[in-house]
Design a protein around this ligand. Structure first.
Ligand code: CO
Length: 485
């Protein structure tokens, strides 16, 4: 078997099994890795179209005293329960729509059924843990048992919201954005203060045609929205087609950076670059009147279609290269790139390539370095460029020296690496955790790498293969801090 095993459904749920550990875990490593991603790719006898459509299954690795316990459980979302009861989709997923007749379409016009299939990320909130997707509907769960508590709708404005809110430890606040379609399209930036659970609006940006945004950059004083020219045709959202098919690539627009002041909510600067598409920002920080913004860029939005299950389940999927780029954005608007959110003008912001090979699911020492200068990026990668296989190695990029270290082994397909810092030491003193599909052994394992050397310290094989997932967080036992937002 090869990478295609990672797109096969999981049939069983483990309530908490002790895993064999090969190697030694550092004694300071104590906490819970919670991850999210699809567990099945079917609705009744119908195959879903896209990796992002799969039904959420939570994964939990508890690491304590040198031991590892594993559990997995499907999220009992309304969307998944509907499939289990009726054998067909009841909600519109990212790239697959329910089969509906005229009545269904009319109902959608009146009340769009946002899915609660929260398969993308997890968040620790003041009042508990939730699984998230880009819909405002989040699903609460128990981090110990992975039992589903129920679906609630966030009060953030807009039709879609980011699954990558930022956590600002110095202000103790969470910052995110929602995208508004319809009569007053644009982006609403919000913050949730440390005290008080209700989001407050930081600022609003109005645009004619909202773009598909997946993540954003945060600095100490600014929010950066990177608006690629993958924009919505608003009327299409009302027609009978999946959400993502309502967007079209319009390269003549270029890619815009909207720099928003976190204090006033105003657009401080707008800059334009040659067109590119981005899912994931890495880090951003301010220095010398500029914002340094690192992200993973694709030449265009064909990566969205490339993540269709038809392509991913082929023996050699055709995948574009995501490159690690650094953009430098003046904080002051110089007028040349057009003032305000609707500014035009020629592209003038260039970039440096920090790592030209493929990289995705980028992470760093979020807890200590977010919004600050930093040195190391971790990600999934490919030994080939362009990729000739699914993600088949982990990479560590030193953005200072532009050198890299990699970890790979035959028939192994790693997922998002999360850095966990050691109690003290240099930026890369700590470990990197990743759930790896071992296609040859037809199971997965949690790998623990020494973050400095990228050498393997330990691994813990799981009883079954775990499908490829998206994002997760490591929550330490001894502190309420987190490794990411
Ligand atoms: Co993401």
């Amino acid at each position: 078997m090869d990478h295609r095993l990672g797109f096969e459904p999981v049939r069983g749920e483990c309530a908490g099994v002790s895993l064999p550990v090969e190697g030694d875990l550092p004694n300071w490593l104590s906490g819970t890795l919670l991850r999210n991603g699809p567990g099945t790719f079917e609705a009744g006898d119908r195959r879903l179209n896209h990796w992002f459509d799969g039904f959420a299954m939570l994964r939990r690795f508890a690491i304590r005293g040198g031991r590892v316990t594993y559990a997995n459980r499907f999220l009992r979302s309304e969307a998944h329960e509907h499939v289990r009861e009726h054998g067909e989709l009841g909600f519109r997923e990212f790239a697959t729509d329910p089969d509906t007749g005229l009545v269904g379409r009319l109902e959608r016009l009146l009340a769009p059924n946002f899915t609660d299939n929260a398969c993308v990320n997890v968040e620790a909130r003041r009042d508990g843990f939730v699984a998230t997707t880009e819909s405002p509907r989040v699903v609460a769960f128990d981090p110990g048992t992975l039992a589903t508590h129920g679906t609630t709708t966030d009060s953030t404005p807009g039709a879609t919201r980011t699954v990558h809110p930022h956590h600002d430890p110095r202000r103790g606040e969470r910052v995110g954005y929602a995208t508004r379609f319809g009569r007053d399209p644009g982006y609403t930036i919000y913050r949730t203060p440390a005290v008080g659970a209700e989001p407050e609006i930081v600022g609003e940006v109005s645009v004619d045609e909202p773009a598909y945004l997946h993540s954003f950059g945060l600095t100490e004083r600014h929010v950066v929205l990177t608006e690629g020219p993958f924009v919505v045709r608003p009327l299409d959202l009302l027609r009978d087609r999946p959400v993502i098919e309502s967007f079209e690539w319009r390269p003549e627009r270029g890619t815009r950076f909207l720099v928003v002041d976190r204090a006033s909510g105003d657009v401080a600067a707008t800059h334009r670059a040659e067109p590119f598409f981005v899912f994931h920002h890495v880090n951003a920080f301010e220095t010398g009147g500029e914002i340094v913004l690192d992200l993973v860029a694709y030449p265009d939005a064909t990566v969205v279609d490339a993540l269709s299950l038809d392509n991913l389940r082929s023996p050699a999927p055709d995948l574009p290269t995501g490159a690690l780029r650094r953009y430098r954005l003046p904080i002051e608007d110089d007028g040349e790139s057009g003032g305000g959110a609707s500014g035009g003008g020629a592209p003038r912001i260039g970039f440096e390539t920090l790592y030209p090979g493929h990289i995705e699911l980028p992470t760093f020492d979020y807890e200590r370095r977010n919004t600050r200068p930093y040195r190391y990026v971790y990600g999934v990668s490919n030994r080939e460029r362009p990729p000739a296989d699914f993600q088949n190695q982990l990479v560590k990029v030193d953005v200072g020296t532009r050198t890299t270290r990699t970890w790979s082994e035959p028939d192994a397909y790693p997922g998002e690496p999360l850095f966990v810092p050691a109690p003290e030491g240099q930026e890369d003193e700590g470990v990197v955790l990743s759930v790896v599909l071992d296609a040859r052994a037809e199971r997965s394992f949690l790998v623990v790498l020494d973050a400095a050397t990228f050498a393997e310290r330990a691994r813990a094989p799981t009883p079954h293969p775990i499908p490829f997932g998206f994002h997760g967080q490591f929550y330490r036992d001894d502190e309420p801090t987190r490794s990411m937002a």
